[in-house]
Ligand binder design. Structure first.
Ligand code: GRF
Length: 188
């Protein structure tokens, strides 16, 4: 099975996922797609020897172009790892229950547009939440409202800064996202 990862930024999750499957007999990360030509995830792809594809908004909206890239690479499954754009209907329809996203909070709390990167951790700290966590879910047309596959929580101390919360969240992501993807992809 071939996985494509969509990322927009640093790509630390993409790297962890690619490394996790490096010695898997039948699952591999075959392509990393990014909507930002200067994102560090492209450097990570190069270092990992994984082909990458950079696209802009018009290209992302062009179903025939994007589907050709995914089909050329024989992609069976899509993972969004820190990807900040909404997935268009053509992609959800082409990959029904075949797109997983990770959200760095306990959906439905702190979901929706704009709740990414530090913003979400800032909001958690300002709301004086006692805990936060990650949500791994299928992507459907309503984006963050796809069925939840997995959640993990971590305590938020009253003294925690958003940066400290982000650290805790990244640790949860790295610990769980690759294994959850493996479970789901092995079942398709
Ligand atoms: C992660 O915290 C992810 O949950 C969120 O954005 C961050 C991406 O980090 N959507 P990276 O690009 O994988 O390092």
């Amino acid at each position: 099975k071939k996985i494509a990862i969509f990322a927009s930024g640093s790509g630390s999750n993409a790297q962890k996922i690619a490394e996790h499957f490096q010695d898997h007999p039948s699952i591999t990360v075959s392509l990393i797609l990014c909507n930002n030509p200067s994102a560090y995830c492209l450097t990570r792809a190069e270092n990992l020897g994984i082909p990458s594809y950079v696209f802009d908004r018009p290209t992302f909206r062009d179903a025939s172009k994007m589907m050709a890239v995914l089909q050329e690479n024989e992609i069976d499954f899509i993972v969004l790892a820190g990807f900040l754009w909404l997935v268009p209907p053509y992609l959800v329809e082409a990959y029904p229950n075949r797109i997983l996203n990770i959200h760095p909070a306990l959906l439905p709390k702190f979901g929706g547009k704009g709740m990414y990167g530090m913003n979400v951790h800032q909001a958690v700290v300002e709301a004086q939440e006692k805990e936060t966590g990650i949500t791994i879910h299928y992507v459907n047309e309503r984006y963050d409202e796809g069925a939840t596959v997995f959640q993990a929580t971590v305590a938020v101390e009253s003294t925690d800064s958003p940066e400290q919360v982000a650290e805790k969240i990244h640790a949860l992501e790295y610990a769980h996202f690759p294994a959850v993807i493996q479970q789901v992809v092995e079942e398709i």
